[in-house]
Design a protein around this ligand. Structure first.
Ligand SMILES: O=P(O)(O)OC[C@H]1O[C@](O)(CO)[C@@H](O)[C@@H]1O
Ligand SMILES: [Mn+2]
Length: 422
């Protein structure tokens, strides 16, 4: 139901920008707009009428892996019928739609770079600006005397900011088919009342991992070397991730943060390099004292290499993460360099667990099926039909109390796995 709505919005967005394309590129821009819309209308028709999934033709770096994946699906399904929209894994076709949207633009220079989801992402940032400023103010307050805090005080703050980043994941635009879904109030005030909605809370295990990774660094301080954050959505969620990352670095819990974003517009609201830079510039430019102070600080971390931004085409492919070691060995090796990897959001959870129909009591370790480049933790609000690592009876109880608990975004998990302790 959601995908055709998203496609219709994409078509409408391109159409609304017709004048802009004309101003920038003249008649060529208008032709490109028409062509892109025609490809996207064709795509919507294929999707709605269960047509075969087609090979990509745009010759990008990931075109070949996508087409190989289609062959893989065909082999799995048998040769009687072609792989088609209604008869293929949901994870695969959902990812495929976003890649086809990108193809429709890419095949139409001069508008290939146009991010059809940009308006929604920037709007969601502006709509949550009060909550953003409240967070920045809180963070700057902490940083004033962070040196004097005891380990247990640091843990309390860490746990709080992990939860802020967790609930930030409520604000994605894919689940709402692009409808406005921003954070209006300060999330800090609601953390206590949200606690009961966290179904698995492994924060203490994450903390122990961070603490035991502390080494004496060049600066003479003891810190963990590196925490990686596999980002999810732009807008408010990204700010919550930046605030957590700032806390980790400024409290000395980690020396470096590596962020991982998407190379193409993805699942409506996911972070691309442009969104990442834009968000930091926008925060810097805010006329709120603590907001702009945070923005300047974040820019400084990037300049000094304490924060790094990476992207890799694997994040915008349909693979489950247990395929990463064989199919994207360079990315796997990059993640192996981290002391801890935080995976944000629902789609990452689906890829971690292979989006399977697991029994809820199956362990997270089992569902990862060998994926474990480093100690890792999923921070995810539940929006899709997969959940592992629950206590016996917990899933049944939730189903009787709230039948849509797995998809309504009200519940969340902080779920940890340490490959080294296996
Ligand atoms: O931004 P998130 O947390 O990954 O959520 C995106 C989710 O929204 C959906 O599109 C809704 O089903 C899921 O497919 C996807 O997992
Ligand atoms: Mn997302």
């Amino acid at each position: 139901d959601r995908l055709p709505t998203i496609l219709t919005k994409v078509i409408d967005t391109i159409h609304r920008n017709k004048n802009k394309f004309f101003e920038e590129y003249g008649e060529e821009g208008i032709q490109a707009e028409k062509q892109a819309i025609s490809l996207l209308s064709k795509l919507r028709n294929e999707l709605q009428t269960d047509k075969p999934v087609l090979a990509l033709t745009d010759g990008l770096v990931d075109t070949e892996p996508w087409n190989q994946y289609l062959h893989r699906q065909q082999r799995l399904q048998g040769d009687q019928e072609p792989v088609s929209w209604f008869k293929s894994p949901w994870l695969y076709v959902e990812c495929y739609m976003y890649r086809r949207i990108h193809e429709a633009l890419l095949l139409n220079p001069p508008i290939s770079d146009f991010d059809v989801f940009n308006e929604g992402k920037t709007q969601s940032f502006f709509e949550s600006s009060q909550a953003v400023m409240a967070l920045c103010t809180y963070l700057e307050g902490i940083k004033k005397n962070v040196e004097e805090l005891s380990e247990s005080q640091l843990f309390e703050l860490f746990s709080k900011l992990v939860q802020v980043s967790l609930w930030g994941n409520k604000c994605d635009l894919s689940i709402s088919a692009g409808q406005e879904n921003s954070q209006k109030a300060s999330p800090l005030d609601s953390l206590n009342s949200l606690q009961t909605f966290i179904l698995v809370d492994d924060t203490k295990r994450v903390w122990s991992t961070l603490i035991s990774a502390q080494k004496l660094g060049q600066s003479g301080k003891t810190t963990a070397d590196r925490v990686d954050i596999v980002l999810d959505n732009a807008g408010f969620e990204l700010v919550t991730d930046l605030v957590l990352a700032d806390f980790l670095v400024s409290s000395g819990l980690a020396r470096q943060i590596h962020f991982h974003g998407k190379t193409i517009p993805w699942f409506v609201s996911d972070v691309t390099a442009k969104d990442f830079q834009w968000t930091i510039r926008q925060t810097m430019a805010s006329n709120h004292k603590w907001g702009s102070k945070c923005g300047v600080q974040w820019q400084g971390y990037l300049k000094d290499g304490l924060w790094r931004y990476h992207d890799h085409p694997f994040w915008t492919q349909p693979h489950e993460f247990c395929d990463m070691a064989p199919d994207a060995p360079d990315l796997y090796a990059t993640l192996q360099g981290a002391d801890l990897v935080l995976f944000k959001g629902d789609l990452n959870y689906r890829k971690l667990t292979g989006d399977r129909d697991w029994e809820h009591t199956v362990s997270f370790d089992t569902a990862l099926r060998g994926f474990g480049p480093a100690p890792l933790c999923s921070l995810r609000t539940l929006k899709a039909n997969v959940q592992v690592g629950l206590q016996p009876g917990q899933g049944e109880k939730l189903t009787s109390q709230d039948p849509s608990w797995m998809t309504n975004g009200k519940y969340a998990v902080i779920q940890f796995h340490n490959p080294k302790s296996e």
